[in-house]
Design a protein around this ligand. Sequence first.
Ligand code: ADP
Ligand code: MG
Length: 197
Amino acid sequence: MPTDKNTLRQKLRARRRALSTEEQKEAASRLATNVTGSRLFLASRRIACYLPNDGEIDTHPILAHIRLMQKDCYLPVLSRLSHDRLWFARMETDTKLHPNRFGIPEPVVPSRDLVRAQELDLILMPLVGFDDHGHRLGMGGGYYDRSLEFLRHRHHWRKPHLLGIAYDFQRVNGLTADPWDISLASVITDQAVYLFD
Ligand code: ADP
Ligand code: MG
């Protein structure tokens, strides 16, 4: 793993964590306005999101909106049998959560209720950094890349649509994509909407 990517990850993660509670709330609220007003969000029924970890932009206002609009909300689950691929579980108001091996809460559901990424319309993806080509820098585990590998062999748009969500300062110049990296179709931040392709 190239060291410059790790240095960049550390820098961007530290900047996220340095925001005040007030700044975080303000940005999360602006992000939710931008996401929930987008045509893509409105057109999607089965939407995966994430619970914030490590200073990631807060998704609670978006989750509330998904519920309000009676769309189906999913969260990623790291199943022990999934070989480091993500599955997705419905999150309803009474769904129990339990921390996974990274300490990130995930829904406790029977394996038969887990769905694959292919079954979703839209995935709101966390990220550490992104660039003007839609290249995504994650936390370094490659989980989304492995889970979305099937998209590499496609030449035209198919489900699910990959939408990165982030603070605007997470936009960086010229990330080098590795062969296994899956690009984002768009990114929405607290300040802008970026469309790639
Ligand atoms: P992130 O996407 O979280 O920033 P990387 O892209 O650096 O992290 O990927 C982390 C590791 O995951 C890589 O070293 C790579 O070996 C592994 N990986 C990612 N995608 C795949 C894949 N489709 N098949 C096998 N290994 C993968
Ligand atoms: Mg990657």
